[in-house]
Design a protein around this ligand. Structure first.
Ligand code: NAG
Ligand code: NAG
Ligand code: NAG
Ligand code: NAG
Length: 475
């Protein structure tokens, strides 16, 4: 009995220690919670912006909402706009709106004063204010002057859903064009506080997570996206930007419209002129060849099913299909091949965000969502490449030349990015050298070779042939 008590007491103590959140105490945002934007002197938009949540303005009047094409509700207490999912509330509207807004703005000022005055920072002037490329742990960070994230750089905020991050910024905050804030490990935008004394600017195409508590004004320029809140003691200006104020973080996607694979998505490997393996390879999912016959499935030791519509192999968890098998297999394959060709064309027609990025030498780089176009070969050297984004973000890589992944090199996904949202649209041959690792969908106009020990999460859809040399593909 006594020893049981001791055990449960020590387990309990351990649990409390393990559950404690890291970083400073949370900042109390009070009654600002429903506001995606709360400002004191004005909120403007260059249509169309998209704001999820409410927008509040006090003490200035509704005259200082610009670009929203407001429709005043018959109650007179709020207005609506096609750019805002919630309500727009101004100090000039009918009671109880003015009193509610003055208490929200007072809570916002108190939150800024608290966040910006916390003492004993864990980090002082980290990176001299240049935080692109850094991974930030929970804590209190203080910069005496400005902070910026360089163009296309990523700053990763890493922690659990209960960890707290407070960034005290004495000057301006500048997220430059195409830069990104990425949350990792379950960290929440609502636990990330950017307390900024100067102007905060989220430039074109940049993405931010967190709550911007600004003493001055905040601008989200064309195509900028943000999960979190903007609570500004001056003005907020949006230019065709997206602010997601009350949905869970990570619900806004960045990058191009996804490429539909149609029925080609039923295959882990689909090829027009053959699929070969040097045993033992391992394929999870189905394999198809068309218009070529089953004789072009080599190295599989096929066992034809009694139905005649498919075969099996010890190297494939699914089924193998060929144009020479019994109906309906040939017709199904014809449609799948046509869908694969359409997907290749659509992927190549996407408008590029980045052209000739790094001259095609992408080893050691971190790639953010978007469309990348190269008219040359692309090489991933032994340093590998990192692809960063949320589970909703999309990536298209248009490669006019060959695509070569060096021996032992890995494509690594971070931030929750998914192989199914990554398209490698390659006009010339694709070669994964020995022990290389690929993530994504390869849409190849010609041959794809996975050399000995190479592994892949995704699909290979080739308009010619696929050669596996004791390789692994998980569809
Ligand atoms: C607020 O609106 C008034 C009247 O339309 C205008 O004169 C003033 O410049 C606006 N203030 C800001 C900060 O936009
Ligand atoms: C942000 O940084 C970029 C690149 O250094 C610079 O061109 C731009 O003027 C800065 N913007 C602000 C508002 O400081
Ligand atoms: C193939 O994919 C389509 C959707 O694209 C689906 O409706 C169909 O059932 C799939 N066929 C097989 C055999 O899995
Ligand atoms: C790849 O890794 C293996 C084993 O770790 C090593 O023997 C081989 O030399 C490496 N190859 C290259 C090209 O780095």
């Amino acid at each position: 009995m006594f020893s049981l008590n001791v055990v449960s007491l020590s387990l309990c103590t351990f649990f409390v220690v393990a559950a404690a959140n890291l970083g400073p105490a949370p900042v109390d945002l009070g009654s600002t919670a429903s506001f995606a934007i709360l400002a004191e002197t004005g909120v403007s938009t260059v249509p169309q912006s998209s704001i999820t949540g409410d927008v509040g303005l006090s003490p200035f009047s509704a005259n200082n909402f610009t670009g929203f094409s407001l429709t005043l509700d018959s109650s007179g207490t709020f207005a609506t706009s096609s750019q805002v999912t919630g309500q727009l509330l101004a100090a000039s509207y009918t009671a109880p709106t003015p009193a509610m807004l003055s208490s929200a703005t007072s809570d916002m000022q108190a939150a800024y004063n608290d966040a910006s005055s916390r003492a004993n920072p864990d980090f002082n002037d980290l990176g001299g204010g240049a935080i692109g490329g850094l991974v930030l742990a929970p804590g209190l960070y203080k910069w005496t002057s400005g902070v910026s994230v360089a163009p296309a750089d990523v700053v990763t905020i890493s922690g659990t859903s209960s960890d707290i991050f407070i960034f005290q910024i004495g000057g301006t905050l500048n997220f430059t064009s195409q830069s990104r804030v990425v949350l990792a490990g379950g960290a929440l935008a609502s636990n990330v506080i950017w307390a900024v004394a100067g102007v905060a600017t989220v430039n074109s195409g940049a993405h931010v997570e967190g709550v911007i508590l600004a003493q001055a004004s905040v601008a989200l320029l064309t195509g900028a996206t943000m999960n979190g809140q903007i609570l500004a003691q001056n003005f907020v200006a949006l230019q065709s930007a997206t602010l997601n104020g009350d949905s869970p973080p990570g619900t806004i996607s960045s990058g191009p419209t996804p490429i539909a694979l149609g029925t080609a998505a039923n295959f882990t490997i689909l090829a027009q002129s053959g699929v070969s393996t040097v045993p033992q390879s391992s394929i999870t999912g189905d394999v198809g060849v068309s218009p070529i016959a089953a004789t072009a499935l080599t190295g599989f030791n096929l066992i034809l099913d009694a139905s005649g519509t498919f075969a099996t192999s010890s190297q494939v968890t699914g089924q193998l299909f060929a144009a020479s098998y019994t109906a309906p297999t040939p017709a199904t394959l014809t449609v799948a091949v046509s869908d694969m060709q359409t997907a290749f064309t659509n992927a190549n027609n996407a408008i590029p965000d980045f052209t000739e990025f790094a001259g095609g030498l992408i080893g050691g780089l971190v790639l953010t969502p978007g469309v990348y176009k190269w008219t040359t070969d692309v090489l991933i050297n032994s340093e590998g490449v990192t692809i960063t984004g949320t589970p909703l973000d999309t990536f298209i890589f248009q490669i006019a030349g060959t695509f070569n992944i060096a021996a032992n090199a890995s494509i690594t996904l971070v931030g929750g990015a998914l192989a199914s949202n990554i398209i490698w649209a390659v006009a010339s041959d694709v070669t994964a050298n020995a022990m290389a690792h690929i993530e994504g969908i390869i849409l190849a106009q010609t041959a794809v070779t996975l050399q000995t020990g190479a592994t892949m999460n995704g699909r290979i859809l080739s308009q010619t042939s696929v050669a596996l040399q004791s390789a692994t593909v998980v569809g």
